[in-house]
Structure formats: C-alpha cells, structure tokens
Design a protein around this ligand. Structure first.
Ligand code: SAM
Ligand code: ZN
Length: 318
C-alpha cells in the first residue's frame, strides 16, 4: 500500500485526494509548511494538551545532532533495539503521538514506511526538519491530527506504536479502542503508558517540586543529564511534573483494554514474568499469571520509577 492510501478523511473515511481534499464531504485540509492538518473539532481538554506541547515540544533535539546521534540514542534503549529487530523492512507503521519524531525517524531509517501523528504542530515542525537533516524524509510522513479522529485508514498498519500518549488523553480506554482499529488483522500494537505503581516515585518528586516552587526536583536523573540542554530540560520538567492531563494504569487494566478490542495480549516490556529473558518483542510471553504480574509491577517502582514509570504492553490484533 502506498503512503497516499493510508490517509482518509477524518470526518467520513473517504480516500483523500493528493491535495488533501475529501471528495465526499466536501472538505479541503490545509498543509501549512507542508505538514497536513487533519484535525476536526477537538474537545477543550485535548486542545489544552495540544497547547501544552506547542509551548515545549517533547522530547526536542539537542543543539548538535545527526543520524548517528539518533541511532546511538535510540539504541541505548533495549526496547528500541527489540522493536527494530522485530519489525520487517517493508512494514507500514503508525506512531500515534510521535512528539518530535525520534522513534518514527529511527524506524524509518531502515526503509520502512512510517506515519508520525501528533496534535502539536511545533513538535511536527521539528520532526519534519530532522527527517530532512537525517535524509529519511522519503520514508516518513508527519501529520497533525487528533488520535480520536486520526484521518488514517483502519486496518491498514502492520504496527501501531504509541508511547507516552494515551495517559495524556481524557479517556485512555476510549483512546485505545480508537487507536487499536488502525492495526490490520494480525498486526502488532505496542503501547507505552505510565504504570500506577512505577509512577509513584515521580508523584513524590512532583510533590517536593510543588512544595519548593519548582526550585527542587530531587532524584531525577534525566534532569541532571540535561543541565546544558535548556529546551530538552524544560520539555522533560513540564512533561513529568506540570502536565494538565495525566493518568496511570496497571498491567491488568491494559490487558482488559486489549481483550475488549480483540487484541491478543503477547507480553509486557519490561517482562511481567519474573526472571524472563528478553527474547522477541512480538513473541507471546511464557506466562500470564496475575499475582506474578503484580510482583513485577512492584519491582518496576525501583527499576522504572526514576525515569517516570512508563511500561509497554504488546498485543496482536485478531
Ligand atoms: C509525552 S509526549 C510523547 C512523545 C513521543 N511519543 C515520545 O515518546 O517521545 C506526548 C505526545 O502525545 C501527543 N498527544 C497527546 N494527545 C494526543 C492526541 N489526542 N492525538 C495526537 N497526539 C496526542 C502530544 O502532542 C505529545 O507530543
Ligand atoms: Zn469526508
């Protein structure tokens, strides 16, 4: 399927013309700076989240970057390496809530077709400029859209990836139901959201930050590494401690969302099976025993808590 076939009118689902017009509605969507704006009416809470990220795009870029920097940075993350290994070279991927686009660009550089979707135009501007700088602009398209009415063809994607996004939407469960429809039957969904237990340390840091008027944010290792990168430091500080819309979720809750939407649970990352060796990210876990899942999540307070408490759940659409 070509890129053009992946986009549809967010209102009626008809195929859009090359000039981003819907022949049925009829409606024309603008593309200021070459970034299509497929947003339709959005609710005020979602628009508050958009404004929040327009002010400081997340996660932003350091002053000097390159495609080698992108690769080295991504590959410090075991998850990125596992994703890269598991996704075939001809896959169609959508990253929902791509922010400034680092993961989209990392996955596109291996020749895959990637669509990065975000609410915030400022983030997409940085993403588009980076795609040109890193010379992967042929394989990636960035569009401004709301995941509730994304303007993408249902059932068209081999992989739907969304990290750090659904917990910033007013109703994460409903958001998941919408996003899951984008995966083709047999397609993979990789979802990263804040974990209820692993987020506790960040909530305590937030309390200290609020009490000190944001002069003190104790024990945040990410902030410390960003002392000479003001844009990325501010993006992290706001995202972690000043967000207007934040929810946390347990593994069991996400597994329920999967079941409600006919998505087979494959595994969690980090693994929710104690002592499990990380194999393929898209392989079914050896076990799915709820008490063990709870114990694993208790452990995540210590292993994930210092960096915000994000965990991933991987599933396959029936
Ligand atoms: C914490 S950032 C994560 C960015 C990126 N996924 C990452 O991991 O670095 C959350 C992103 O989700 C986007 N977002 C939030 N709600 C959205 C929605 N309803 N539709 C599309 N994007 C949304 C925000 O604009 C923001 O860029
Ligand atoms: Zn239409």
């Amino acid at each position: 399927m070509d890129f053009e076939d992946l986009f549809v009118c967010p209102e009626c689902g008809d195929t859009l013309t090359a000039a981003w017009c819907c022949p049925s509605c009829p409606r024309a969507f603008g593309q200021p700076d070459g970034i299509p704006d497929l947003r339709t009416a959005v609710d005020s809470r979602t628009d508050g989240v958009r404004e929040f990220y327009e002010h400081s795009p997340f996660p932003a870029y350091p002053p000097r970057d390159s495609v080698e920097w992108l690769r080295a940075r991504a590959e410090r993350s075991e998850l990125a390496l596992m994703l890269d290994r598991a996704i075939p070279g001809d896959a169609a991927i959508v990253e929902m809530g791509c922010g400034t686009g680092q993961m989209s660009l990392y996955l596109a550089r291996a020749g895959r077709r990637v669509i990065g979707v975000d609410l915030a135009r400022e983030s997409l501007r940085l993403a588009t400029a980076a795609a040109r700088r890193f010379r992967v602009d042929g394989m990636v398209r960035f569009i401004q859209s709301d995941l509730h009415q994304p303007g993408l063809r249902n059932g068209a994607f081999d992989v739907v990836y969304s990290s750090g996004v659904l917990h910033h939407t007013p109703d994460p469960r409903a958001s998941f139901a919408r996003v899951a429809q984008l995966a083709r039957p047999g397609g993979i969904i990789v979802l990263g959201v804040y974990n209820t237990l692993a987020r506790l340390p960040a909530r305590l840091r937030r309390l200290a930050a609020r009490l000190s008027g944001f002069r003190l944010v104790p024990f945040d290792p990410v902030l410390r590494t960003r002392s000479d990168e003001p844009a990325r430091r501010e993006a992290w500080l706001r995202d972690q401690y000043q967000h207007p819309e934040e929810h946390c979720h347990t593994l069991a809750e996400v597994q329920r969302w999967f079941a409600e939407n006919r998505v087979e649970y494959l595994r969690a990352y980090p693994s929710a099976v104690l002592g499990d060796e990380p194999g393929s990210l898209f392989a079914r876990a050896a076990d799915n025993w709820r008490p063990e899942g709870w114990l694993a999540q208790l452990g995540w307070i210590f292993t994930l808590g210092h960096e915000g408490g994000l965990f991933f759940t991987v599933g396959r659409r029936a």
